[in-house]
Design a protein around this ligand. Structure first.
Ligand code: MG
Length: 396
């Protein structure tokens, strides 16, 4: 199933205004949400369904929207409130489905395969789910049901709002192939222009087109779109949204800083917070990313992949310093950030003879073993190798 909030930002803004005592529900009006930042000023970021019906859509200049309808109601976005609405819904989904995948702030996939035994036939349950979301949180969703994520996602995009749609494999021809090719998931503007130049107008045209010719023109994207047009997608529902983003902190410094000790102390502070957050979530991270932005506003990252997952503050800080020293060009720093990614909930450790933190035997024991092997199989069978790292480290 794919669960998708209908005109999320607009619905959530409507909800906020209602909560504040407004008598108008933006969802029923010709209304838009506009960006709050200066550089996005005057851009429509979401439009109500009545607004969409008369041709107002995002991203469109507010001026153009007003040209279409002079009295369009404009409200500013409130990211904080949106995150809260999103969290509430995702919490319910997580509670109901052990296997879910948050896809964006207002969309997620759930794997219903095993849940059918518990919750019964999918269509009936999907209706219950969307009604429950509305009852609890006050906004509507579409639920798409399909044999894989692609089909479920395509299905949830059918008629809106507040609907359940199915797109089973046997319904592909009937329900999907007549749609314009731009409606296919992942078919961007550039790709569609190329497809249309080949005479491909509908998803059905694409499905029946020669795959080799598509690959010649669009490379791997051609293959993927051809598969999608045929309803093929074997990607699993994976809970990776949080992991993808990882956990991170950054700080814009009050002055441009050239003093390494100050930058180190920020990294130390971030390491502590990240470690606490990992422990709270019961997770471990494998990759450490340091971000620096210079006075020139140029921003750079350096990442270090660890040998083992960790949630330890000192381990994170140690590697943050390593990454920082690789990255820093001694220019004044405007912003410093630290993030861990590649997260999982296991801390299985790759045991190593040589890793200082996870040594399984002492150097003395190692020497004894080497001696014994060489006694038994002839001298020089096994010997120590050294590399030129600062601390002489036995390689192999
Ligand atoms: Mg949506």
């Amino acid at each position: 199933m794919h669960i998708d909030v209908n005109s999320a930002f607009l619905s959530w803004s409507a909800l906020k205004l209602l909560k504040e005592g407004s008598s108008i529900d933006l969802r029923n009006e010709i209304a838009v949400v506009s960006g709050e930042e200066v550089k996005r000023h005057g851009i429509v970021v979401a439009a109500s369904i009545p607004a969409k019906k008369i041709g107002i859509k995002s991203p469109m200049n507010l001026a153009d929207a007003r040209r279409i309808y002079k009295d369009v109601i404009v409200t500013h976005q409130d990211r904080e409130f949106y995150r809260e609405c999103s969290k509430n819904m995702m919490r319910l989904i997580k509670y109901l489905f052990p296997t879910y995948e948050q896809f964006s702030i207002d969309e997620c996939f759930v794997d219903y395969t095993e849940m059918r035994k518990l919750y019964g036939p999918e269509v009936k349950f999907a209706h219950k789910l969307k009604d429950e979301i509305y009852k609890r949180f006050g906004f509507t969703v579409n639920v798409g049901i399909g044999n894989n994520k692609l089909l479920a996602k395509m299905a949830s995009d059918f008629e809106k709002p507040n609907k359940v749609h199915t797109l089973y494999s046997y319904e592909i021809k009937e329900k999907m192939h007549s749609l314009p090719v731009r409606d296919l998931f992942m078919a961007g503007k550039a790709a569609c222009a190329k497809l249309e130049s080949l005479g491909i107008k509908t998803i059905g045209d694409l499905a029946n087109y020669d795959e080799n010719k598509l690959v010649a023109i669009l490379k791997s994207q051609g293959k993927m779109l051809h598969e999608y047009a045929n309803g093929i997608d074997d990607s699993p529902v994976e809970n990776k949204y949080d992991e993808r983003k990882g956990i991170g902190f950054s700080k814009t410094l009050e002055d441009d800083i050239e003093d390494k000790t100050i930058l180190y102390s920020e990294l130390s502070n971030f390491s502590k917070k990240i470690s606490q957050e990992l422990k709270k979530r019961g997770m471990y991270a494998r990759t450490i990313v340091v971000t620096l932005r210079y006075t020139s506003f140029k921003t750079y990252n350096h990442q270090i992949k660890l040998d083992n997952n960790t949630n330890l503050e000192e381990e994170i800080f140690k590697n943050a310093k390593l990454a920082f020293n690789k990255l820093w060009n001694l220019e004044p720093v405007r912003l410093v950030g630290l993030r861990v990614t590649d997260m999982s909930n296991n801390n299985d450790i790759q045991l190593s003879l040589f890793d200082e933190n996870h040594k399984v035997i002492t150097d003395k024991e190692l020497d004894n073993i080497i001696d014994n092997i060489n006694k038994e199989f002839g001298s020089g069978t096994v010997f120590k190798g050294y590399n030129n790292m600062k601390k002489e480290k036995i390689e192999k």
